[in-house]
Design a protein around this ligand. Structure first.
Ligand code: F6P
Length: 544
């Protein structure tokens, strides 16, 4: 973060607060209204942030820091289409993809909304054609299995959406994903596929990504091996890309091409035609509702005051823990099996965006930036890694996410799920003292000596922070709002750290080195490599 005198003063205040803040037990005891005061609701999402290690002073210093770092101006600039991605000289306008008809968003003076809505119309029409059978396989059979070929943002966000909205899938449809450059991924994805009823959707913003191109070529080859011809590729392959020329060269006809734009980052692209496979399986109206929910969150983020703004609060709380309390990871704990892909999507969204070491000006940052994002589904996680959350030595802030209503009423499962959702947060926040444990053990008949010996192992220190995030049900609109909420949280943190959250240069070197290793596997020329690489390449070559 670039530091002015004001910012330095605010940072000092925050550092002081971090060293002298009361425990959560004391903070709750001192203010019976704490939970009421520290909650916000927007776009159908409730955030209760009362179980964070904050008080009014911390919040007001964080808000001051946000003002000093020009966060409100940056939010306005993002929606206005300013070139926030300075290293790639691009605006950052995934929010335009969920603007309703009639809105106007300009890129280089040109309104892009007609193009956005024309693409949505084309998607809707294509969905209708596939559903009605007007667009069918080469033998006239309806297309019922969709295979998404794509990686990174062309896989993780879409997979999250299709899993989260599985209750909305039309019957008779299947959706599979092929992402990794791993023969196993390919073989398992095509296993049992019927070539007559399968539609491959190649999703690649660049149409230049090794994994996607290799998988697309292998899928086309598989199609030929099943009896398909080059002409029939048109009935079984469509593409979503900014690189129309490369997709055309691959053999996709103009009718089967769905455009996207360079002002949408890959990890923010699920709202574009990259969402075609999801729209195909659940119906376009549900995809539209996903966009509407995200737009509702956009409007909240754009207009709500900083201290009532969910993404701003989440982002600033992350800054607080990363920079003032030495946390270095953040757990995303979903109490909804349909949301099991959320941690994976957030890993790319957050870590590819904020895993940066220099500011926008190219100067090394002076604070920790992006957190390590990880997580999984509750209650499974409770029987795995929650031990470390409760009694480990690290401070790991958590988001607990849950719908109030399940899509499946099974016995009293949902009540138990909620009971666990809340109990974990209580245990983390308030813990259990040694005295209480000794008393409990002795009341159960243990000798005082034995109780004193066991108690340290059972102490729950508490004071571990978490957010409670709740919504009515995992509908398309709510899932849209939830994902948009995290997109904006990440953007907020990028502004606070003064970094570019919208490029990803760190992924490039590995791609270039991978090509050199691949060449060496064929030529055997290892003269340019270090001794470890030479040894491992030789091992691999000998195994062939
Ligand atoms: O290598 C990283 C990355 O560029 C991501 O940012 C992106 O989501 C992914 O690769 C896939 O890119 P594309 O959609 O262009 O194939």
């Amino acid at each position: 973060m670039a530091t002015t005198t004001d910012q330095t003063a605010t940072q000092r205040k925050l550092a002081l607060k971090a060293s002298e803040l009361d425990t959560l037990v004391s903070l709750f005891a001192a203010d019976p209204q704490r939970a009421v005061r520290y909650q916000v609701k927007a776009a159908g999402i409730l955030l209760d942030y009362s179980k964070n290690r904050i008080d009014d002073d911390v919040l007001s210093h964080l808000m001051a820091l946000a003002e000093q770092q020009a966060l409100p101006e940056s939010i306005a600039a993002m929606f206005a289409g300013d070139v926030l991605n300075n290293t790639e000289k691009r605006p950052v306008l995934h929010t335009a993809l969920r603007q309703p008809r009639g809105a106007s968003v300009k890129v280089n003076g040109q309104d892009v909304m007609p193009e956005v809505h024309a693409t949505l119309d084309k998607m809707a029409q294509f969905c209708d054609q596939v559903h009605s059978g007007a667009f069918c396989g080469h033998t006239g059979k309806p297309l019922r299995t969709i295979v998404n070929i794509g990686i990174g943002g062309s896989f993780l966000g879409p997979k999250l959406v299709s899993d989260a909205l599985m209750p909305y899938w039309q019957s008779g449809y299947d959706l599979r994903y092929m992402a990794n450059i791993d023969g196993t991924d390919f073989a398992e994805t095509v296993k049992g596929l019927d070539p007559e009823t399968t539609l491959f959707v190649i999703c690649s913003k660049s149409f230049n990504t090794l994994e996607t191109l290799k998988n697309a070529e292998a899928a086309r080859q598989w199609f030929y091996e099943q009896g398909g011809t080059p002409e029939q590729v048109q009935q079984h392959f469509v593409a979503v890309t900014t690189n129309i020329a490369a997709a055309t060269q691959f053999g996709i006809s103009a009718d089967n091409l769905f455009p996207m734009w360079d002002w949408v980052g890959g990890r923010y692209s699920l709202w574009s035609a990259v969402g075609l496979p999801q729209a195909l399986v659940m119906g376009f109206e549900h995809f539209s509702a996903l966009l509407s929910g995200a737009h509702e969150m956009d409007e909240h983020f754009r207009t709500a005051p900083l201290d009532e703004n969910i993404p701003v609060l989440l982002g600033l709380l992350g800054v607080w823990y990363q920079n003032y309390m030495q946390a270095d990871s953040h757990a995303v704990l979903v109490y909804d099996t349909y949301l099991k892909e959320l941690p994976n999507h957030l890993q790319q969204l957050d870590m590819e965006s904020n895993g940066k070491r220099v500011t926008k000006a190219g100067v090394p940052v002076t604070e920790q930036t992006g957190a390590v994002i990880w997580g999984g589904t509750g209650t499974n996680g409770q029987h795995a890694y929650h031990q470390l959350l409760h009694q480990g030595t690290r401070l790991i802030p958590c988001d607990f996410i849950m719908p109030l209503k399940s899509h499946h009423q099974v016995s009293d499962h949902h009540d138990w799920l909620f009971a666990n959702y809340l109990a974990q947060q209580q245990a983390l926040a308030f813990g259990k003292t040694e005295a209480a444990i000794i008393q409990e053990l002795t009341e159960k008949g243990m000798t005082t000596e034995a109780a004193q010996s066991l108690a340290p192992h059972k102490v729950m220190p508490g004071n571990k922070p978490c957010n409670s995030i709740l919504f009515d049900q995992g509908t398309p609109a709510r899932i849209g709002a939830l994902i948009a909420m995290y997109e904006h949280k990440v953007a907020v943190q990028g502004v606070m750290w003064g970094i570019n959250s919208f490029d990803q240069w760190g992924v490039e070197l590995g791609k270039v080195l991978g090509e050199a290793v691949f060449d060496a596997l064929n030529t055997g020329d290892v003269s340019a490599f270090d001794s470890s690489s030479v040894q491992l390449i030789s091992l691999f070559r000998e195994s062939k």
